[in-house]
Design a protein around this ligand. Structure first.
Ligand code: CUA
Length: 174
């Protein structure tokens, strides 16, 4: 009888130890980042707080005339899905990943930005003429990699200037 109880007890302990063991990948990543202190952003909390919350994404006008574009790359899309920027103006792109390693590229241009989870990739872009570019992922990131596509619309500077702040963020208002 006693042996039976002990066996049940040991089995329970074993099962309780196994549950976190199978979930180690959820535990150790933020923990490692905490101890290493290298992460600039927590990919698991992008939508909760900080620079990459939803209403801070897209294009924003800066006081010096340049614009800042904030984006998130995730399996398998870029957020926002369509970006609106003015032509002939410096663009400060800030992008991070919510999961795997991606690479943001604008077809027909030489821009190719590697995007890693936990890090902000900051690059300066500029498009001299209005036009439309396909935004593609150039780093294999999983089953949906080849479908990871979005858009960039470059509009004349004057056209961008008269848009209301809420319309500048993405192409949605167009
Ligand atoms: Cu994202 Cu390939």
């Amino acid at each position: 009888m006693k042996w039976r109880k002990l066996r049940t007890f040991l089995l329970t302990v074993l099962v309780l130890c196994l549950i976190p063991a199978t979930r180690y990948y959820q535990i150790d990543e933020p923990l490692l980042r905490y101890f290493k202190g290298t992460g600039e952003v927590d990919p698991l909390a992008l939508h909760l707080s900080g620079e990459f919350v939803e209403n801070n994404l897209g294009t924003q006008q800066n006081a010096d005339g340049s614009v800042t574009v904030r984006m998130i790359a995730q399996q398998y899309l870029f957020v926002p899905h369509c970006i609106l920027v003015p032509a002939g103006v410096p663009i400060h792109l800030r992008i991070t990943s919510a999961d795997a390693v991606h690479a943001l590229a604008f077809s027909g241009t030489e821009y190719n930005v590697k995007v890693l989870p936990g890090t902000i990739s900051a690059t300066r872009l500029e498009f001299s003429r209005p036009g439309e570019y396909k935004t593609v992922c150039r780093e294999f990131c999983g089953a949906g990699h080849y479908a990871m596509r979005s858009e960039l619309k470059v509009v004349p500077r004057e056209q961008f200037r008269v848009l209301r702040a809420g319309e500048r963020g993405s192409c949605a208002a167009q």
